[in-house]
Design a protein around this ligand. Structure first.
Ligand SMILES: NC(=O)c1ccc[n+]([C@@H]2O[C@H](COP(=O)([O-])OP(=O)(O)OC[C@H]3O[C@@H](n4cnc5c(N)ncnc54)[C@H](OP(=O)(O)O)[C@@H]3O)[C@@H](O)[C@H]2O)c1
Length: 300
C-alpha cells in the first residue's frame, strides 16, 4: 500500500488550517498543522527545523498576518510575516523538493473593474495588507518554481471570526443589522477551500504536473453577491435551523465605521483552477447551511 500523502499547514488556529485538519480523514490524507511557538514567521530560523521535523509531501503556507486594519499601523510586522516569512517557507519547500501552496488574497486587486478578476488582470493593492500579500506572492514565486499562489476571498467557516459568526453574533444583540451593500465578492466556505487544496496537492505530488500546474490561481465559490445579500442568506438559513435572525439594513461603504479602502469588487473568476486542476467549488446554498448548522450545534 502506498504511504498516505502528508500535508503540513502553517498555523494551528487559522480558519483554513483547521478546515484542512478537519477534512483530512474524509479526503484520505494526513494533515499536520504546525504553528507558534515551534514555527514563528517572525523568527525565520524557526521555520526550516519545524517543517523538516514534520516531513511534508506538500507544504501549505496558510499562516499570515491577517489583521487587515491592523496592518496600517503594523506594516513592518505584516511585511515580516507575509513577505519574508512566506519567502523563507518557499525556500524551505524547495530545499526539501516539495511543492508549496501559498495562500493569498483578492486584496491584491484595486476592485475597480466590473468583471470578476482573472489571474492575468493587473494587481493594484489599495492597502498595506494587500501590498504585503502581493509582495509575498512575488517572493514565493522567486524562491521556488514549484509553487502555487492561491488567491482566496471572503472566507467563512465554523472556525474563528468571519462574516457568518459575526452576523450570528450581531443578530443575538439586535433585530436590525447594518451591512454594506455597495461591494461584491464570492463568499467561500473554508471547508471547500480545504478540499480544493487537497485536490491540488494530490495533482502536484501524485499526478504529472506540467509547468502550467504551478503559478497563480484563484479559488472561490461561484456566487457573486454583496455583504448585505450574504447577511440576508445567513439569517434565512439560521432561522431555518432555529438560530438567531435579524433584518438587514443596507448601507454604503462610506457609512461603514472603517475608513480602510477595500476593493469594491473582490469577486474572483476561478475558471483556471477548474481547467488545470479540475477543482470547482459548489454554490453557496449547501456549504452555508452546513457551516451554520455546525456553528449552532457547537453553541447548543
Ligand atoms: N479569511 C479570509 O477571508 C481570507 C481571504 C483571502 C485570503 N486569505 C488568506 O488565507 C490564509 C489563511 O487565512 P485564515 O483566514 O485561515 O487566517 P486566520 O484565521 O486569520 O489565521 C491566521 C493564522 O496565522 C497564524 N499566524 C499569525 N502570525 C503568525 C506568526 N508570526 N507565526 C506563525 N503563525 C502566525 C495564526 O497563528 P496563531 O493562532 O498563533 O495566532 C493563525 O493560525 C492567509 O494567508 C490569508 O491572507 C484569507
Amino acid at each position: 500500500m502506498s504511504p498516505t500523502l502528508r500535508f503540513v499547514v502553517t498555523g494551528t488556529t487559522g480558519k483554513i488550517a483547521r478546515s484542512l485538519v478537519a477534512n483530512a480523514a474524509a479526503a484520505g490524507v494526513e494533515v499536520l498543522a504546525v504553528g507558534r511557538p515551534s514555527l514563528d514567521l517572525t523568527d525565520l530560523d524557526s521555520l526550516a527545523p519545524a517543517i523538516r521535523a514534520s516531513r511534508p509531501d506538500v507544504l501549505v503556507s496558510a499562516a499570515a498576518y491577517t489583521n487587515v486594519e491592523g496592518a496600517e499601523s503594523e506594516s513592518d510586522l505584516a511585511s515580516t510575516i507575509n513577505v519574508r516569512g512566506a519567502e523563507a517557507l518557499a525556500n524551505c519547500a524547495r530545499s526539501l523538493g516539495i511543492p508549496i501552496i501559498h495562500l493569498s488574497s483578492s486584496y491584491v486587486y484595486d476592485g475597480m473593474q466590473s468583471a470578476p478578476y482573472r489571474e492575468c488582470d493587473p494587481t493594484e493593492p489599495l492597502c498595506t495588507y494587500g501590498r504585503s500579500k502581493l509582495m509575498g506572492e512575488r517572493a514565493v514565486a522567486g524562491a521556488h518554481p514549484e509553487h502555487m499562489n492561491l488567491r482566496l476571498s471572503w472566507i467563512y467557516s465554523q472556525f474563528g471570526w468571519n462574516l457568518v459568526t459575526a452576523m450570528l453574533r450581531q443578530a443575538e444583540r439586535s433585530s436590525n443589522v447594518r451591512v454594506v451593500a455597495d461591494q461584491i465578492g464570492n463568499p467561500t466556505s473554508a471547508a471547500d477551500v480545504a478540499g480544493g487544496i487537497i485536490a491540488v496537492g494530490r495533482n502536484l505530488v501524485l499526478g504529472k504536473p506540467q509547468r502550467e500546474s504551478y503559478g497563480t490561481f484563484h479559488l472561490s465559490a461561484p456566487d457573486i453577491i454583496t455583504p448585505a445579500a450574504f447577511a440576508a442568506a445567513i439569517f434565512a438559513k439560521s432561522a431555518k435551523c432555529g438560530g438567531p435572525t435579524a433584518n438587514v439594513i443596507p448601507i454604503t461603504r462610506a457609512e461603514y465605521t472603517s475608513k480602510l479602502r477595500r476593493p469594491a469588487n473582490a469577486a474572483l473568476d476561478s475558471t483556471k483552477i477548474a481547467e488545470v486542476h479540475g477543482v470547482l467549488l459548489p454554490t453557496l446554498d449547501a456549504p452555508l447551511h452546513a457551516c451554520i448548522e455546525q456553528i449552532l450545534e457547537k453553541r447548543a
